[in-house]
Ligand binder design. Structure first.
Ligand SMILES: Cc1cc2nc3c(=O)[nH]c(=O)nc-3n(C[C@H](O)[C@H](O)[C@H](O)COP(=O)(O)O)c2cc1C
Length: 456
């Protein structure tokens, strides 16, 4: 098995993934408003040789029928949630190799503003930036916050395709690779013949102008996607170089991975041009018993009300209002579909009952496969999971901050490296080369973004 990729999942809020670990005396995640908190974490991840820090984001928050959900506020779940963008420059300054993947939604800011900010960050991070392109979880509240109507699910993805087109046009088309001259004697900053106005007129967005920055190390940030609905997968096939998928049953994850690779092929790209990383929680310790004790402690901090609030925020469905003895009757939603599809009957299996959905969601959270045990046991489970699903790596979900990471680094990473499942050192200078060491810092020719490149 070749080395896997390992990223860390965080968001600017009190964690964790399953339950509310912030309330544990040893947890520091409620320090999320302090820059020092993030600097210490980023340095730890960098020194441990992890591939990247992923910062999730959403303007949305859990609500039902236009009202806040008490459990969400009381337990600090989904509220609060800060903006990751201002954090990254500070973290880039104190790290050498760690990549940063940031989420922004295609339903909030105009594409040219978003593109300029990512290009600036690609410079400041020396090419270590990636963009997790989402159409927005908790879409209803995010839309209301922006004073807009919720746009229908598939239309949001149509708009996202157009949004990415604008972004690629600006990143790839404005400056030729050698446009920047910087000749002080000649007083020539850039070659006017090699800087171009670009034009895009799509069904939803138009732009006339330039990306007002010389080409950054990657030009286009690494393009990442995280919605697993059918339309989300199609979007991934066209655009994504990496996809984050939720965990769960290996057979379901395997089907999802196959679907993503098929979407890439349908878009004229090689099946392996997308790296698929699965959300997973690693609970470990010096012994198996210690790990299981952490697991029990985690579940004790996970209430059905808190789980239902997160589920409602993501899908719009209030599990607590449904008959617990029946399956979820609704089969589609205009909000996030992945977490509804996850609990529909499929492949001849009946759909779980609402009480089982709630319990499963309480125990595994929004994204997670949960691996528990000693380092050797966890890595055995990792090997089995990878063999069964074909994923390329893991997006490690937080439980305790920083305890989960201290355990991971002390126990699991050495075991992964000993078995050749993790590279001894992260490879490549830029984030794109980290994921695709055989490629370059720029989008490959097989990506449709390549055809937007100026002067090729
Ligand atoms: C590991 C992982 C991370 C995600 N991060 C985000 C995020 O930061 N912001 C967001 O709006 N959606 C995020 N999502 C996606 C949402 O869960 C949701 O599925 C999506 O926004 C709606 O798209 P869909 O209808 O295609 O599922 C993430 C999903 C996964 C599996």
């Amino acid at each position: 098995m070749s080395p896997l990729l390992f990223g860390i999942f965080q968001y600017i809020g009190p964690n964790g993934t399953v339950g509310s670990a912030w309330q544990h005396p040893d947890d520091r995640s409620s320090d999320f408003t302090s820059l020092e908190h993030w600097i210490a974490l980023a340095k730890t991840f960098d020194e441990a040789g992890l591939d990247f820090l992923f910062l999730a984001d959403s303007y949305g928050f859990p609500a039902l029928g236009g009202e806040l959900i008490d459990a969400s506020v009381r337990e600090g779940r989904g509220i609060p949630h800060g903006d990751p963008m201002p954090l990254v420059s500070a973290l880039a300054a104190v790290t050498e190799r760690l990549g940063f993947i940031l989420t922004t939604s295609t339903t909030v800011e105009p594409p040219a503003a978003n593109a300029r900010r990512f290009a600036t960050l690609d410079h400041f991070t020396k090419g270590r930036i990636g963009w997790n392109i989402v159409t927005g979880s908790s879409g209803a509240t995010a839309a209301a916050l922006m004073g807009r109507e919720l746009i229908a699910h598939d239309v949001r993805y149509d708009m996202a395709d157009d949004y990415v087109d604008v972004s690629l046009t600006l990143w790839e088309g404005s400056w030729e690779d050698d446009a920047l001259v910087l000749d002080k004697e000649a007083g020539l900053y850039a070659d006017p013949a090699k800087v171009h106005l670009v034009h895009h007129e799509g069904p939803y967005f138009r732009t006339d102008g330039i990306l007002n920055l010389p080409p950054s190390p990657q030009r286009t940030p690494l393009l990442v996607q995280a919605g697993a609905s059918g339309r989300g997968r199609e979007f991934a096939g066209r655009n994504a170089e990496a996809v984050f998928v939720g965990g769960g049953e290996p057979a379901t994850v395997a089907a999802n991975v196959r679907g993503i690779r098929e979407s890439a092929v349908a878009a004229g790209r090689p099946a392996d041009s997308i790296k698929v990383l699965v959300g997973a929680l690693f609970l470990t310790g010096a012994t198996s018993e210690e790990a299981w004790a952490t697991h029990d402690e985690m579940l004790a901090m996970s209430t059905p009300e808190g789980a239902a609030a997160i589920y409602a925020g993501n899908t719009g469905i209030d599990l607590l209002a449904l008959d617990p003895e029946l399956p979820i009757a609704q089969t589609s939603t205009q909000m996030g579909q992945s977490n509804l599809e996850r609990y529909l009957g499929k492949d001849g299996r009946p759909a779980p009952l609402v009480k089982e959905v709630l319990e499963n969601f309480r125990r595994t959270g929004i994204n997670g496969s949960v691996f528990v045990g000693s380092a050797a046991e966890v890595v055995d489970q990792v090997e089995e999971f990878v063999a069964a699903t074909g994923v390329d790596g893991f997006l490690i979900q937080p439980h305790m901050t920083p305890g989960t990471y201290d355990d991971l680094i002390e126990y699991v990473l050495p075991e992964l490296r000993a078995r050749g499942l993790m590279a001894p050192e992260p490879q490549g200078e830029t984030l794109r080369e980290r994921l695709f060491p055989e490629g370059t810092a720029h989008l490959p020719e097989t990506h449709r973004g390549y055809r937007f490149r100026a002067g090729r």
